[in-house]
Design a protein around this ligand. Structure first.
Ligand code: HEM
Ligand code: MTE
Length: 467
């Protein structure tokens, strides 16, 4: 066996530009990843941050890389070893950027610890119409910033001829306080069902990347108007920047159309309260955006800056993620610029009780779940089948009545039905219909997409009936 090529740190460092090729190290190993840069699922620019040096400080932040398939992929690009004197133990190079994250509720099902991503278990999710704060699903891309409410400032860039604002929490509280019940759903909710069809890139969310809270704060439209903004700026977008950032200072960002932001009826909030309390740290303390009817990714937490621009936010999460594609598009053919960013979500429902694989009593079965649609479209009906979709019964909807076109929050639903005598198993299915008569697709395969977003097929649960 040949002895491996030995490289010095300096040699590695000199390979940090396209002209020289891109090298990185992990532990004592050296990799030439030039060919991989443009294929990186997290974007070429992110990978380039580590060019010519160790991956550890970055991978400590994006724990998505701590998976065997990522290590195997990297191994293909190995070209040699680092000189022993240049190999520093990785523990010295990585202070844990997540050390200051808050303590979380033990009931949460954790999909990723760093960054923290977790969902309430289904049986708790529909216990309450309003999700208790400690159980609200959490989707973080980065460490949770620890912000001082006294020195916190929100920067709002003014319109030409208008004035820029620098608002403290107290300033924000002086705007009329507006309260609204809003369901927030991640685009990746129910992704685990998509990855059963074919592998997708992303966290394995079950049915719990959705929760509901009463949010209170200033209306974004009131703040924008004070900064001089109006609808005359054609095709404009409101861009939000979070105060959570990676080691290079890249912050989480997203945008929504200005027309939605300025429409008082759209109820877009700069929220500082969640269920009557200050926002918990995981949910954006002290201020986050709440955009009713719109995908969770645009509800920017730890809000630091608001600006109005002719184009959408340039953020990775606006331009290179949270978009839908045909099932035939793969990572070699995907053109992110060809698809619009996800804003309003499609109609959704899921069964939270009974659980898949459970054994239910004979006689009568109780089926429970949630239903919601994006864009304020009210859920008008939830159909439940006990025989895999041959026959249907309408479930009873409960929870807050929702106004047509402003149905920002979910309905919970329940069906109590006799179990036909002699039945050994039930194939329980649910599907919701919204006020535009949008329905859910019956199967996942035709809506499969490489990122595993917008997973809203009929939800199916298979149970045995106790003899
Ligand atoms: C995602 C590989 C460097 C940031 C991924 C994924 C792979 C990968 C395979 C998809 C994982 C999955 O979803 O299962 C690599 C390799 C690298 C590298 C081989 C070095 C040669 C970096 C660096 C950064 C980074 C240096 C940050 C500065 C990300 C991000 C994602 C990602 C943000 C997307 C995570 C998400 O799903 O939201 N990378 N990566 N990567 N990577 Fe990397
Ligand atoms: N805002 C910031 N600043 N950083 C983030 O990582 N995640 C987004 C959004 N806002 C995120 C963010 C995504 S993808 C979702 S689904 C929601 O926050 C989740 O909000 P929650 O954690 O309060 O449930």
């Amino acid at each position: 066996q040949e002895s491996p090529h030995i490289y010095s740190k300096e040699e590695v460092r000199s390979h940090s530009r396209p002209e020289t090729g891109i090298w990185v190290t992990l532990g004592s190993e050296v990799f030439d990843v030039t060919e991989f840069v443009d294929l990186h699922p997290g974007g070429a620019s992110k990978l380039m941050l580590a060019a010519g040096g160790p991956l550890e400080p970055f991978w400590a932040l994006y724990a998505v890389h701590n998976q065997p398939h990522v290590r195997e992929l990297l191994a293909q690009y190995k070209i040699g070893e680092l000189h022993p004197e240049d190999t520093t133990p990785s523990t010295l190079e990585t202070s844990n950027p997540y050390a200051d994250d808050p303590v979380r509720h033990p009931a949460l099902k954790v999909n990723s610890q760093r960054p923290f991503n977790a969902e309430p278990p289904p049986e708790l999710l529909t216990e309450n119409y309003i999700t208790p704060n400690p159980l609200f699903f959490t989707r973080n891309h980065l460490p949770v910033p620890n912000l001082d409410p006294d020195t916190y400032r929100l920067h709002v860039v003014g319109a030409p001829g208008g004035q820029s604002l620098c608002l403290s929490l107290d300033d924000l509280r002086k705007f009329p306080k507006h309260e609204v019940t809003v369901t927030l759903q991640c685009a990746g909710n129910r992704r685990s069902e998509m990855s059963q069809v074919k592998e997708v890139k992303g966290l394995e969310w079950n049915t719990g990347a959705i929760s509901t809270a009463r949010w209170a704060g200033a209306r974004l439209c009131d703040v924008l108007v004070q900064a001089g903004h109006q609808l005359s700026e054609a095709e404009a977008h409101v861009c939000f920047e979070g105060l959570d950032s990676d080691p290079t200072g890249t912050a989480y960002g997203a945008s929504i159309p200005l027309a939605r932001a300025l429409d008082p009826a759209a109820d877009v909030l700069l929220a500082y309260e969640m269920n009557g309390e200050p926002l918990p740290r995981d949910h954006g303390f002290p201020v986050r955006v709440v955009v009713p009817g719109v995908v969770g990714a645009r509800h920017v937490k730890w809000l630091g800056r608001v600006s109005v621009q002719p184009e959408e936010s340039g953020s990775h999460w606006q331009r290179r993620d949270y978009k839908g594609f045909s099932p035939s598009v793969d990572w070699d053919t995907v053109d992110f610029d060809s698809a619009p960013s996800i804003q309003e979500l499609p109609v959704q429902s899921a069964i939270t009780e009974p659980r898949d694989g459970e054994t239910v009593e004979s006689g009568e079965v109780t089926v429970k779940g949630y239903a919601w649609s994006g864009g304020g479209r009210a859920v008008i009906r939830v159909d439940v089948s006990l025989d895999g979709g041959l026959t249907w019964q309408a479930a009873e909807l409960y929870g807050e009545e929702q106004c047509p076109r402003k149905a920002w929050a979910w309905r919970l639903w329940q069906l109590q039905a006799p179990v036909p005598a002699g039945q050994k198993e039930l194939h329980i299915v649910c599907k919701a219909v919204d006020e535009s008569y949008n329905v859910q697709p019956d199967t996942v395969a035709p809506i499969w997409n490489l990122r595993g977003v917008l997973s809203n097929a009929w939800h199916r649960v298979h149970v045995r009936v106790a003899p």
